[in-house]
Design a protein around this ligand. Sequence first.
Ligand code: T3D
Length: 261
Amino acid sequence: MSEPPLLVAHEGPVCTLTLNRPAALNAFTAEMHGLLRPALDAAAADPAVRVVVITGAGRGFCAGQDLADPAMQGEGVDVGAVVERFYKPLALRIRSMPVPVLAAVNGVAAGAGANLALCCDIVVATRSASFIQAFSKIGLVPDCGGTWLLPRLVGRARALGLAMTGDKLSAETAERMGLIWQCVEDAAFAAAVQALAAKLAQMPSRALAETRRLVDTSAPADLAEALSWEAQAQGELGRSHDFAEGVAAFFAKRPPQFKDR
Ligand code: T3D
């Protein structure tokens, strides 16, 4: 029997989702989409999960849409329908998770695979990994949130440079230009991902999810609006268990036990 295109593993509070079509650099098929979103839904609904890690099997992270799919070939392909059906809900699902989502980019991330990673809250990549906005090379625009994410992460000049050229960006350069959080030596990658996931799992999930929501909605707001939204979120978080626990732990000089979702 062939391997499933998505592997789901739970280790304590960490849920790891591994894209698993290594022979095709984990390119997305309908079947993989059909497993990934429900797996994210399940992680969101499971109170035991406090962080989700998305990674790839083999030497790649994800090469984007599976171009070998016969439905992708020839003229008149309805790419928009594929984006509406799969990539849009996937990006929105990641951005609305009640827990942090960590992309562990173990190798090349191209097309929608690159933007899948950039949708995540924190992106850690091996030094040998790379990011490619491959869309322009096949006559498409960046999808899976690329046109929104890129200028916010690196500014217009770099967003257009990356998207128009489709050039390969090393993980090291991606870190330097602020596209990702961290580039880690290959030998230290697994341990670094594990340590970061463990750290995030101990953090107050609800506050982290609210932080993401505020950051994502801050761009069109003026400062006064952003200040009001912050006040509203603090008002809600201030009444939560995790805030009371955080303050109590601070004064007791002990590690906090956060549990809100
Ligand atoms: O409907 C829609 O299309 C909507 C959604 C669009 C979103 C998108 O993601 S569009 C962008 C699609 N992705 C790409 O254009 C990337 C295509 N792949 C590449 O450019 C290269 O493979 C890489 C730069 C990512 C890696 O290059 P390299 O030299 O390390 O590996 P390779 O030899 O090219 O690939 C290894 C194998 O994976 C190879 O198969 P083989 O020859 O060993 O049997 C290759 O065909 C396969 N592969 C790589 N990418 C894809 C793929 N197979 C299917 N789909 C792919 N996207």
